[in-house]
Ligand binder design. Structure first.
Ligand code: ATP
Ligand code: MG
Length: 571
């Protein structure tokens, strides 16, 4: 491709609404343009990287035995009503009506449609197992679309769905897909971790998320420093420390804490450390149940663990009004002593003595509080968020914390959708049986964005070779210099012949601004064709990542580039 004939314009300024590096650089490099919040056009350069990810995904899905099909984006409400998700899904589901007033939605995921296909097409165990996938645009009306392709409303996803005769079969395909995902992200040239993930309200079954490691990631993940254990913080287990409670040295005493509400304020005022406080959260469940949750003062509640313990779908902190109703005091002064409510506590609270907690009274706290002596707890459980340094739940190692971007998700669904939609088959005995399902997603655009989050410097993108929109850029220092122009075009044509993806920068621009653009676009290799080098019959080859330059005889450049590209693709 000749730059002068391509649709590619770079921006010098960083767009004001682009908060993260990948969004900034994809805009500046002319890969994407915003059409509306969370809705983007993929310009030619951006589309090339998108297609690269799709190609890797397609090859690995096919290798794993999955079969490609394509479902519609517009889905009739009836299918979603049948699964029950029309009511459950909430506002991320964009609901629309056609001219006959029939209800539809834009598919945010396709379990319903695929299960409908399979229940119509599959009669017998002889047609199973099946693993079907598509690469298609999804729509989710995200509450906060942001970060460009990272969290869009319309975005491209690869979604696969497997159908098996029993759970053992479903386990086999799950493992196959897990391995296929590892290969995909390895082939993309990314640093990633596969982590145990929460299974939400489907429960019981397993799930892994594939996380690209990047400081800007929205997810926190833990991994053990000595074994294979890795999990999303949402799910990361914290063991019961099983510590013996020390003998209390203080007695319960009420003290004035005027206008001190937060853990930090109270700790500072009473000259204590936050970990000496017992944090009391008044929480309301989606089933309108109210509970008090106790944590050590420096810990954070993990909502998902609490939901699992209570068997509910969501929890939120109680309103000011409800707190007053339950504790008799405004927020900031709640405590378990004398509290008339269900009290649950994190394991750590069990051994707390000489502690500080709210007195359920405006501007008052208790000191010298001992768990068990001064208040009772209905149940102790793992309720807090894991932090770096926590013991590994599987071995004697310690947990480390990373930031990650979720690019893929594999999930054992069991029979949730097949039961709801009555998708069954006849087994060898002619008995009707329900299908076992799994689902497997990869965010294609998010993968490109995550690659940029992980691979960039002050000058721009540094594409891993497998995702680069072009493998090489040939920069003519001065297109009006006839020998330079001829040599550059000759090299360009030679590289095309050799099957290399090459962009020829033939623009009549200052060399400095062409080099800047080449760095911004992140093309892994650059060959500079200039009068000075040609005098010595050589061209300069520069590697984007290391910045290393070397002069190579003109006649050898083609072969060297082919070799470098091949090496980088098989790395
Ligand atoms: P998240 O927690 O980030 O919202 P999710 O759990 O809703 O993700 P899945 O339903 O598992 O995501 O979708 C499969 C994959 O699709 C994700 O792993 C991610 O790569 C991608 N994806 C999900 N939502 C978006 C989005 N709004 N924009 C871009 N990619 C997305
Ligand atoms: Mg989501």
């Amino acid at each position: 491709m000749r730059y002068s004939q391509y649709l590619l314009s770079t921006l010098k300024e960083t767009p004001a609404d682009a908060e993260v590096v990948s969004h900034q650089l994809m805009m500046r490099a002319g890969m994407i343009r915003k059409v509306a919040a969370g809705i983007y056009s993929y310009l030619p350069l951006g589309l090339r990287s998108i297609r690269k990810v799709e190609q890797i995904v397609r090859e690995e899905m096919n290798r794993a035995g999955a079969i490609e099909l394509l479902m519609p984006m517009v889905v009739p409400a009836e299918l979603w009503q049948e699964s029950g998700r029309w009511e459950q899904y909430g506002k991320e589901l964009l609901r629309i009506k056609d001219r006959k007033d029939s209800a539809f939605c834009l598919g945010p995921t396709h379990e319903e449609v695929i299960t409908d296909i399979v229940r119509r097409e599959v009669r017998s165990y002889r047609q199973l197992p099946l693993n079907l996938y598509q690469i298609q645009s999804k729509f989710r009306d995200e509450i906060r679309p942001r970060f460009g392709l990272m969290r869009g409303r319309e975005f491209i996803m690869k979604d696969a769905y497997s159908f098996d005769v029993d759970e053992a079969g479903a386990d086999v395909v799950y493992e196959k897909m897990y391995q296929a995902y590892r290969r995909i992200f390895e082939r993309c040239g990314l640093r990633f971790r596969a982590v145990e993930a929460d299974t939400g309200n489907i429960g019981g079954s397993s799930s892994h998320e594939f996380m690209v490691l990047a400081d800007s990631g929205e997810d926190a993940i833990v991994s053990c420093d000595s074994c294979e254990y890795a999990a999303n913080v949402e799910k990361a287990e914290v063991c019961d420390p099983q510590a013996e409670a020390p003998t209390p040295t203080q007695t319960l005493q009420k003290v004035a804490t005027p206008a001190r509400r937060t853990i930090e304020e109270v700790a500072e005022f009473l000259k204590a450390r936050p970990e000496q406080l017992i944090k009391t959260l008044i929480v309301q469940t989606d089933a309108e149940e109210t509970v008090a949750v106790l944590l050590r003062g420096d810990r954070e509640l993990n909502d998902i663990k609490l939901c699992r313990l209570l068997g509910c779908n969501a929890v939120e902190l109680a309103s000011e009004e409800l707190v007053k109703q339950v504790t008799g005091a405004p927020t900031g002064f709640a405590g378990p002593v004398g509290l008339k409510a269900r009290v649950l506590a994190d394991f750590e609270v069990r051994s707390m003595v000489d502690a500080i907690t709210g007195a359920n009274e405006l501007d008052a706290h208790y000191t010298g509080v001992a768990c068990g002596r001064d208040f009772a707890v209905e149940a102790f459980a793992d309720l807090r968020e894991a932090v770096a340094g926590d013991p590994c739940p599987r071995c004697s190692g310690k947990l480390e914390i990373w930031r990650g971007i979720e690019v893929g998700h594999v999930f054992k669904l069991g029979t949730k959708y097949s039961t709801a939609l009555d998708a069954s088959f006849l087994d060898a005995q002619g008995q009707e049986q329900v299908l076992f399902m799994g689902c497997y997603g990869i965010g294609i655009g998010r993968t490109v964005a995550a690659a940029i989050e992980q691979n960039h410097d002050a000058n721009g993108i540094i594409f891993p070779m497998p995702l680069a929109p072009f493998q090489v850029i040939v920069t003519m220092v001065n297109p009006n210099d006839e020998p330079v122009n001829q040599a550059a075009v000759a090299l360009y044509e030679e590289l095309l012949e050799l099957g290399i993806e090459v962009l020829l920068d033939d623009r009549d621009e200052r060399p400095g601004s062409k080099f800047k653009d080449a760095d911004l676009l992140g093309i892994p290799l650059r060959v500079t064709v200039g009068a000075r080098g040609l005098k010595e019959s050589s061209l300069e080859l520069q590697e984007r990542r290391s910045g290393q330059r070397e002069m190579i005889p003109v006649a050898e450049v083609g072969a060297v580039v082919v070799e470098r590209v091949r090496q980088a693709l098989s790395a």
